[in-house]
Ligand binder design. Structure first.
Ligand code: F3S
Length: 394
């Protein structure tokens, strides 16, 4: 491939894989079972990014392993109803077309593991999208580095990645002990905890001891990992008695790398602002599970929303939620379940949104730091109250 025997597109992809291997002193390449490609939202890619992907596709780039896509900046079917401007939608569709020409499934979700791409324990994969990387490594026990968009695409085209970093057993051991002494009971709490720990450990591997009375569910773990990946660069964490590799490299309680978390105020103070009026309530960062969509429908309880309410989810999850009547219940209240999209890549300000409420630590972090919007951050029940009243509940 490197010599060009399989064409120009594969040669370019292998050059990227080999260059990364040299930089990180990898001794060999390893086959990957699946790839998740980021760099999909036109808002982030821009015209130069779109042309880069189109050129690679035209050179004949084709994937060799099952490959899924990160969210776009809009629902690919219902973008008009959401008020997405036509001049944004057109190039966004071209991005998806270029990727599908390479054989990539237009899954457009940051939770590929909720719609069929579920790596096995110990399996080597090459995923981009920091929250998906964290979930795959930590909760599923697969092995991936935090790939960038081009390096993930190169791995998809070659079917291989360089074996370094988190592909190696020795780098998967915990190097920080996080003793959580306070209650952590909701997705928002796990987001606040993730924000605090991400800032402290940066790209380390934290090992959590949680309060024994609360066992985190999948939704809590995805919120925790997403927030740590956003405020720091955590790509792997362990939770005692919960995650599959939690027994690796125990850090002792009296070790200097032991951190006690006495409360979550630091996280809430950093992520929750002061806006009273709320234009948009966003649930589903990372993309919502069926359970989370059901919780939204139940909390709405037939009431009409005043603010816009978007629940973002993978299209496969949306289809199941629709079949169970959950989407109808949310739509009857004026809310929307939005597929394919991440609002961070959407033109929110151009659409007139100024203040957004969310229960996602990662979502709040990016709304504040990347989009400069006013943000309220709190548990799902408060977010739904904000959607109904158009104001953050006092
Ligand atoms: Fe997914 Fe966007 Fe959040 S990619 S994790 S919904 S910031």
């Amino acid at each position: 491939m490197l010599a060009g025997a399989e064409g120009q597109a594969a040669k370019k992809a292998m050059e990227i894989v080999v260059a990364l291997g040299k930089i990180y002193e990898a001794e060999e390449l390893v086959p990957v079972a699946s790839v998740q490609v980021a760099g999909v939202s036109y808002g982030n890619l821009g015209q130069a990014g779109l042309e880069f992907i189109q050129e690679w596709a035209e050179q004949g780039a084709r994937t060799r392993v099952p490959t899924t896509l990160n969210p776009a900046g809009m629902d690919l079917e219902a973008w008009r109803e959401l008020g997405i401007p036509e001049e944004y939608a057109r190039p966004q569709v071209e991005v998806i077309e270029a990727y599908t020409a390479m054989g990539i499934a237009p899954s457009c979700s940051c939770t590929p593991y909720l719609v069929g791409s579920v790596p096995r324990l110990g399996e080597h994969i090459a995923w981009s999208e920091s929250s998906a990387v964290s979930y795959a490594n930590s909760v599923l026990g697969a092995r991936t580095n935090r790939e960038g968009g081009p390096s993930a695409l190169a791995a998809a085209i070659t079917g291989r990645t360089a074996k370094y970093g988190l592909h190696l057993e020795e780098n998967r051991q915990a190097n920080h002990l996080i003793e959580v002494k306070c209650a952590v009971e909701s997705v928002a709490d796990f987001g606040a905890l993730g924000y605090i720990v991400g800032r402290r450990v940066r790209d380390g591997v934290p090992d959590f001891r949680l309060n024994r009375y609360f066992k985190p569910g999948e939704e809590d773990l995805k919120a925790l990992g997403a927030a740590m990946a956003a405020s720091g660069a955590v790509a792997l964490y362990h939770v005692e008695d919960v995650t599959p590799e939690a027994k690796m490299g125990k850090v002792l309680a009296n070790d200097a790398r032991s951190i006690a978390i006495e409360g979550l105020d630091e996280g809430y103070e950093a992520l929750d602002g002061v806006a009273e009026e709320i234009n948009l309530v966003w649930i589903g960062c990372p993309h919502a599970s069926l359970l989370e969509i059901e919780e939204v429908a139940t909390l709405l309880d037939g009431r009409k929303v005043k603010a816009q309410l978007w629940v973002t989810a993978a299209r496969g999850v949306l289809i199941t939620a629709r079949a169970r009547g959950l989407v109808d219940r949310i739509e009857a209240c004026g809310g929307k379940v939005v597929a394919d999209a991440c609002p961070i890549g959407a033109p929110l300000q151009e659409m007139g949104f100024e203040s957004v409420a969310t229960n996602s630590g990662k979502g709040a972090f990016y709304l504040l730091s990347h989009l400069g919007l006013q943000v309220r951050f709190g548990p799902l029940s408060r977010c739904i109250e904000a959607a109904v009243k158009g104001r953050w509940p006092g």
